[in-house]
Design a protein around this ligand. Structure first.
Ligand code: PNS
Length: 166
């Protein structure tokens, strides 16, 4: 039976590329929400140079979750809270790995609350196997010819190999 008030969440980020840590957060979120929108930001606060375009990242993520109908992936520009509102999501999901993530995440969550009081940011911790994992490290290791097959799904690995082969 479909719930009359489905719980919709947004999982925003750069996902350049999506790691198994991100995938773990998605699967954990699906335990308590009906629909999850993975939102790839055109304007991320910290990142300056990207490996994959937003369109490529959306394509990759859509392929990774191709067999999970409750997940969709789109790009967004402008304020995250406005995007969340536009898709009817009151919950923003963020992964929290270590204390070092906390300050940045706390500031964003507080600012987002200032901008839209009715939304909530929910922090999920990934499996301990991925506690050290970051997209930037995956990019760096892959760019230097290292093996990242334990950190990304086969879809992402193939795209990384293709990118660094050419
Ligand atoms: O994976 P990232 O790069 O840490 O994700 C950061 C992201 C995309 C969630 C953040 O930069 C963001 O929300 N950008 C959209 C613009 C916005 O709303 N900025 C104000 C955030 S308080």
């Amino acid at each position: 039976m479909t719930s009359p008030h489905p719980i919709v969440a947004v999982y925003p980020g750069s996902f350049d590329p999506m790691t198994l840590g991100h995938e773990d957060i998605v699967r954990r979120t699906l335990r308590f929400c009906d629909r999850l929108v993975i939102a790839v930001a055109h304007s991320a606060t910290h990142q300056k140079r990207f490996l994959f375009t937003v369109e490529e990242r959306i394509e990759i993520i859509s392929e990774v979750f191709g067999d999970t109908p409750r997940v969709e992936c789109v790009g967004f520009s402008g304020l995250l809270v406005e995007f969340a509102r536009s898709v009817g999501a009151r919950f923003i999901i963020r992964g929290l790995r270590a204390v070092s993530d906390f300050e940045y995440e706390f500031q964003m969550a507080q600012m987002n609350r200032e901008l839209w009081e009715d939304q909530e940011t929910l922090f999920l911790t990934p499996d301990v196997d991925y506690a050290f994992l970051s997209a930037s490290l995956v990019r760096e290791v892959a760019s230097l010819g290292g093996d990242v097959s334990r950190f990304v799904s086969p879809t992402v690995l193939a795209r990384l190999e293709h990118r660094f082969d050419s």
